[in-house]
Design a protein around this ligand. Structure first.
Ligand SMILES: Nc1nc2c(ncn2[C@@H]2O[C@H](COP(=O)(O)OP(=O)(O)OP(=O)(O)O)[C@@H](O)[C@H]2O)c(=O)[nH]1
Ligand SMILES: [Mg+2]
Length: 419
């Protein structure tokens, strides 16, 4: 099965913890704090590669976690940074945040790397917290924990030309005669089950052509295979609309032309505004050539008459595509405001008075403070209290009406307030 959409989970590495340690050596008493900082966590990113053209890799592999930063060690030794995890995706993959639908990246150009999630910062070791008043800090900072995000991948093939039309009209046969691609060709509907890509050389240049499964009435609403594949022609610059000019299978070429145009328009009005070349294929079987004029009058342009099987009109088709493409602007990546994962809020806090008359302080800042200091020593408690003053929590408590003797609680810490 052709897989062109996938949902995966990404998580950047946590930061390594800072280390609490004191220098020890024979004959040296009370060495100073020498705990090193934790390393930063690895990042998760995406790289556009040309040697893949489906998202099949992501059918079973769903969880992508970058390495955590290493913890700091004694002797001022900093933890190693976590290794980045770069995920290879085919060129043309659009990466979105599932929750908001925001576009993280359009992997449009081969070799581009986009970082989707930054690693957690490493915690400071106790050596960092030493100052003139605090010679021997017994605490260090924990590394930053990162969150997991779910991400949607969607492949929107990038090709210059999209071949469209009813099933069995000869789209794949045309691709096989204009390029070196060897798609499956057979005399039944829906021979092509997933897009085929071919490169066509002309003069000293080349252009790429995508052949997609045949469209049928109602394709835009999901009938047949068409709907799932129309996304693969969204980014083409030019459509080649192939019609069975002989009307074999009892079809009416004019009706076919009109209904395929309707399907394109129903799917996305932009598709019908794309430049189109109309091709009447199976010319070797045509008996009534009035079809050429009929198509010309309803499409507003002269169709190219060709037979892919006996190779007539092939040269004309290639040259016409080339001429039209050279007048068109190069393919463009999507226009979007890149979505960036916000780091959790670490500044705000709230105070509420609970039923027992106690005050609870909570929020990102409190979580952060509690995570940053291990409240296991007189030292770290003092540090914590100073932060409460410096970060304005003290002031906010007074404003909330806290008086001496009231109980204030922050996560696991409970204390009696003293003005
Ligand atoms: N007589 C004649 N037969 C053709 C011509 N082009 C293609 N065919 C035949 O038409 C049948 C369908 O060709 P495909 O290329 O598989 O058609 P398709 O449009 O890709 O079909 P789907 O993939 O099912 O949408 C095959 O039997 C081809 O040999 C042509 O110019 N003349
Ligand atoms: Mg086909």
């Amino acid at each position: 099965m052709f897989i062109d959409t996938a949902k995966i989970y990404i998580k950047a590495g946590n930061g390594g913890n800072g280390c609490t340690s004191f220098y020890t050596e024979k004959y040296v008493n009370n060495g100073g704090p020498d705990g090193g900082n934790g390393g930063v966590g690895g990042r998760v990113g995406f790289r556009a590669v040309a040697n893949k053209n489906t998202l099949a890799d992501f059918k079973y592999a769903k969880h992508f976690r970058a390495e955590n930063g290493e913890n700091g060690k004694s002797r001022y030794s900093a933890g190693k940074k976590g290794k980045d995890l770069i995920i290879d995706v085919p060129v043309g993959t659009v990466v979105r945040d599932e929750e908001t639908g925001g576009i993280i990246a359009d992997m449009f150009t081969e070799g581009t790397v986009v970082i989707a999630a930054e690693g957690g910062r490493g915690g400071k070791g106790n050596a960092f917290f030493r100052n003139s008043r605090r010679q021997a800090p017994h605490f260090s900072q924990a590394g930053e924990q990162t969150e997991e995000h779910s991400v949607l991948l969607e492949l929107k093939t990038i090709a210059d030309v999209g071949l469209i039309g009813y099933p069995n009209v000869g789209k794949s046969t045309i691709l096989s005669v204009i390029s070196s691609a060897r798609p499956k060709i057979a005399n039944y509907h829906f021979t092509t089950l997933s897009p085929n890509l071919g490169m066509v050389s002309v003069y000293d240049e080349s252009f790429s052509v995508a052949d997609i499964p045949g469209l049928i009435d109602g394709a835009a609403e999901g009938a047949g295979l068409g709907h799932d594949f129309l996304r693969h022609i969204e980014r083409t610059r030019l459509l080649v609309h192939v019609i069975d000019g002989s009307g074999s299978e009892g079809r009416d070429p004019v009706e076919d032309y009109k209904s395929i145009c309707r399907e394109l328009e129903n799917y996305n009005a932009e598709l019908i505004n794309k430049p189109q070349i109309v091709v009447l294929n199976k010319a070797d079987l045509i008996t009534d050539f009035s079809v050429v004029d009929k198509i010309a009058s309803c499409s507003g342009k002269r169709p190219i008459l060709m037979s892919a099987v006996i190779h007539s009109g092939v040269e004309e088709l290639i040259k016409t595509i080339y001429a039209v493409l050279s007048e068109l602007p190069p393919p463009q990546p999507m226009e979007y405001e890149p979505f960036v994962y916000e780091k959790p809020d670490k500044e705000s806090f709230d105070i509420v008075k609970n039923d027992d008359g106690e005050y609870e302080v909570f929020g990102g800042l409190i979580d952060e403070l509690a995570r940053n200091v291990v409240l296991d020593s007189y030292d770290s408690m003092q540090y914590f209290q100073r932060q409460i003053r410096e970060r304005g929590i003290d002031k906010a408590l007074r404003k909330a009406g806290v008086k001496t003797g009231d109980t204030v609680r922050m996560l696991d810490v409970e204390f009696e307030y003293v003005e």
